[in-house]
Ligand binder design. Structure first.
Ligand code: GLN
Length: 242
């Protein structure tokens, strides 16, 4: 049976606004299609296991500080895994740690793993609210992405680094340049919680598709009835537009 493996980094530390729900969404969409699914928790001190997709949720500065030194151990193994076709999904606090550094609200500077060329510095005003993006991954047809953001960090992408999407409603990476998140091949970072995936099933399927591709399985995913998910997305988009 086909099976995908998710390496869930720091589930005890990086899990706010129900970010763990992203794992549940992936697991369900795999189960509905008869695709096996395994999530491996990776805590401080653990060795990075082989996985098709690595996941990091969000966290307050305090929680990020607790794992910032530990995550540095994974910088090289994660880069190697990505070069080998693995994906990464990182939300908010996790997203910030994909970059070169995050300077927190109290001035704490946390070194990131430098997987993506971006930096983040906390501003005095938090960026809070419902958010909607227009995403065009890999030049595909535009997709709507909805959710909730709450961050002090302002992220700036390096020259030529592509955002995940353009902000339609909300703040995004820094509240200035209209960009939100990052996409670099199979690596996705975003400020969007909600959790992210249940209301944005197209992104779940993009991640599952990449994970299957890594295993050399270029199969078309069986379409699912996304009626409820799309209704939730429609309502979230209407709230974000208020
Ligand atoms: N601590 C980070 C910030 O405020 C991330 C918060 C979060 O993950 N929601 O920018």
């Amino acid at each position: 049976m086909t099976r995908i493996t998710i390496g869930h980094l720091y589930p005890e530390h990086l899990n706010i606004y129900a970010d763990r729900g992203n794992i549940a969404a992936l697991e369900r969409r795999c189960a509905w299609r008869g695709i096996g699914f395994e999530a491996i928790a990776i805590g401080p001190g653990d060795v990075l296991p082989d996985a098709d997709l690595y996941y990091l949720g969000g966290g307050q500065d305090r929680d990020q500080l607790l794992i910032a030194d530990d995550i540095a151990r994974h910088a090289e193994p994660l880069r190697a895994a990505v070069d080998d076709g693995a994906g990464v999904l990182a939300v908010c606090g996790g997203y910030q740690l994909l970059g070169h550094y995050y300077r927190g609200h109290q001035g704490d500077e946390m070194r990131g793993i430098g997987l993506v060329d971006l930096v983040t510095e906390a501003g005095s005003r938090r960026m809070i609210g419902n958010i909607m993006l227009d995403c065009r991954l890999d030049g595909a047809a535009p997709q709507r992405l909805v959710g909730f953001e709450n961050h002090a960090g302002r992220t700036f992408l390096g020259e030529g680094v592509q955002p995940l999407g353009q902000v339609v409603h909300g703040h995004g990476n820094n509240g200035e340049d209209g960009a939100e998140g990052v996409q670099q091949g199979s690596v996705i970072g975003t400020y969007v919680h909600g959790p992210l995936l249940p209301k944005n099933p197209w992104l779940s399927d993009w991640l599952i598709g990449r994970a299957l591709e890594r295993q050399g399985q270029d199969q078309q995913l069986t379409p699912l009835d996304d009626g409820l998910e799309l209704e939730a997305q429609r309502v979230a988009a209407a709230i974000a537009a208020r």
